[in-house]
Design a protein around this ligand. Structure first.
Ligand code: ADP
Ligand code: MG
Length: 253
């Protein structure tokens, strides 16, 4: 997609769990070449919204358009094949598998052949293509030297980057990152910020949930603030810092 092109469009997305309204009529857009940060206190409904967007769990009402197509009734594999990749709040790598094989799992998402066929080497050409895609993704993330180490042996900061590489291996136009900087040390956060800035420059649209406000303010082009399932503010980072409702709900403590 060209820079500035509309990638993701939420219109009045609502998600209920019984009587609890976890997301109430949330609307916003994400464009190519932009980092949009979703912030808000624990329980605000950020992960729930990610699950709606990535079709892990459909919204109760409202519409979600990805690349112009409605996806709110699609299943998550279909949405992933359309070019939406995500990471989860907690690291989900296979710790004893190599970094390269973990990333290759992401490349399989877009392949026509089944994972089982490739895993059993029924199609060597396909397997070689997938490994090449995985190596490219690792190179984009600066992790080539770690390709053959068990993923679980890496420090947390690098494990999170491996997850991003796995997401990139599916050749997405939208990346959804749920708290990618959580638990990282200062330098790891800085490196993650540089990586995400580079991906944005390549034209990716990035939607991320993040608690570290300094990280958000430095990286994000726009910020959406949620509290108790509601979108309470949206704007440029410098606007959000000064927003009274934000200061009260999120920065006040
Ligand atoms: P955040 O990611 O902003 O911390 P969540 O989206 O995880 O918030 O949670 C929002 C609210 O929805 C919380 O009150 C949480 O308990 C509730 N919730 C999340 N998932 C479920 C579920 N599967 N069933 C019932 N309630 C849920
Ligand atoms: Mg969450």
């Amino acid at each position: 997609p060209a820079r500035g092109e509309l990638i993701l469009q939420l219109n009045a997305v609502t998600k209920r769990f019984g009587g609890l309204v976890a997301n109430n009529a949330i609307s916003f857009e994400v464009r190519a070449g932009e980092v949009l940060a979703l912030i808000g206190p624990n329980g605000a409904g950020k992960s729930t919204l990610f699950n709606c967007i990535s079709a892990v769990s459909p919204p109760s009402s409202g519409s979600i358009r990805f690349l112009g197509k409605p996806v709110e009734r699609c299943d998550s594999r279909k949405v992933a094949r359309m070019g939406m990749s995500r990471t989860f709040q907690h690291v989900r790598l296979l710790p004893r598998m190599s970094v390269l094989d973990n990333v290759a799992l992401g490349a399989h998402l877009r392949g026509r052949h089944s994972f089982v066929a490739s895993a059993w080497r029924l199609d060597r050409a396909q397997e070689q293509r997938i490994l090449a895609t995985a190596r490219d993704a690792l190179e984009r993330c600066g992790l080539c030297e770690k390709a053959h180490l068990p993923a679980g042996s890496l420090p947390l900061g690098q494990q999170r980057v491996v997850e991003i590489a796995r997401a990139l291996a599916a050749d997405p136009s939208l990346l959804l990152l749920d708290e990618p900087a959580a638990g990282l040390r200062y330098l790891e956060k800085r490196e993650l910020g540089i990586l995400l800035g580079r991906l944005r420059k390549e034209g990716l649209a990035i939607l991320l949930v993040e608690h570290d406000l300094d990280f958000v303010m430095e990286l994000a082009d726009r910020v959406v603030v949620m509290d108790f399932g509601e979108k309470i503010a949206e704007g440029l980072p410098q606007e959000i810092r000064r927003h009274p409702a934000v200061i009260e709900a999120y920065l006040g403590g």
